[in-house]
Design a protein around this ligand. Sequence first.
Ligand code: 4AD
Ligand code: MG
Length: 480
Amino acid sequence: MNKLNISQIISDGRLSQEYEVNAWVKAFRNDRFLALNDGSCLANLQCVINPDDYNSEFLKKVSIGCSVNVKGTLVESQGKGQTVEIEVESISVLGHANSDDVRKTILSPKKHSLEKLREQAHLRVRTNTFGAVMRLRSKLSFAVHEYFQKNNFQYVTTPIITNSDAEGAGEAFTVTNLDLKAIPKTTAGEVDFKKDFFGKQANLTVSGQLEAETYALGLGKVYTFGPTFRAENSNTTRHLSEFWMIEPEVAFCDLEGNMDLAQDFITYVINYALKNCREDLQFLEDRLIKEESALPKQQRSELSLIEKLEFVVNNQFKRVSYTEAIDILKNSKPNKKKKFEFPIHEWGADLQSEHERFLVEKHFKCPVILYDYPANIKAFYMRLNEDQKTVRAMDVLFPGIGEIVGGSQREERLDVLVEKMDKLSISKEELWWYIDTRKFGTCEHSGFGLGFERLVQFVTGMNNIRDVIPYPRTPKNLDF
Ligand code: 4AD
Ligand code: MG
């Protein structure tokens, strides 16, 4: 007897062969038609039993949500909706699911809101939508590694507990095992982290970039793919307090090379999804169409989900300097009509997501790479341009998402870097090792960070970032 998963049976199963399946019951009609799903694919496997072979007591136990073991023969299906089905020879219930209890959960077979599903995040993966999203998430992570491994990048893991705030934005979570009821203080009245576990203040990493840079300056081309943590109080559909970031870093590479890499990489992983996750993408596309049908026509997407993905892989991302973008925004309709929450008055303004989305969705109507930002709205490590006021930064902006990538060419000149750190009061003592790399064979190098959940959001068309990670962490929310 063959023990294959359901996706294999449906795609490669041989008629008249016997198969054994372990799965969960999604539906059971007329005591005869059983729809089983084992998570391997979106489609259910129809299994047909002869009710006369079982007593009614047993049939009652075969209920939605329970797990079963089924043995039977694969035959051509007489019904519509599937090409093959299993003619059941034996069935046993492995784990029961009480119907009254099931009715109180999102396992009950009716439409549940995404909010409701979030409250039962431990069960939502059994729904079609979350099965599809999580399979896509898994495939996309594989594609990330495949892309970099194929292109001779080395995978490096960077520390999760650090004592640097790479982005200098003060959004790091402190890690401590000090007794919070009796916090030791210095004579100046500050927390005495010398008494803490590491003998200094520790925090969860906000980015592995600085460590990745040191590795690129030895291994040449590296990438990280790991969890990052930000204590920013942003309650939006695009922010998580714990998210996964992919950070490639390349020696002997300038900003243009960095932009090329970002586009090539994103195109590769989206193409991978288009080739390998068709069934799930189609399901999510249909889901989105249904969801949007409730909206007025002008608010619906012009392109379907798959068309949108195809558009991205088949078109160049538009490269636009910050200065050009400010001109466009300053003269834009929403700016003149005071529709922006943060009106654009002058060069130097930090761009908000409403501005990014205007550029991508209304003005250019394609992914945009903005580059050469004002130095004073960007991090200390970005390379200063000849004009002395902009840095070699780049952000990749995507429709519906806004910023999906942030990166830059790094400041490789020791004197310029040190001067910048002094100006921003960034501790040279703590980052002595980072500065060191500029003393020993420094070189032009560049990298970026891509927020993995924002990529998954884009590919799945899910509107809220909380719905593309198994257990989202956001301000005031730490369930599960
Ligand atoms: O732009 P960010 O802050 O850049 C860095 O951390 C650099 N050190 C990266 C580098 O150059 N190696 O973050 C990079 C990306 C953003 O473009 C966004 O996609 C994602 O990380 N991101 C978030 N995703 C979800 N929730 C949040 N709170 C995020 N903050 C950033
Ligand atoms: Mg950024």
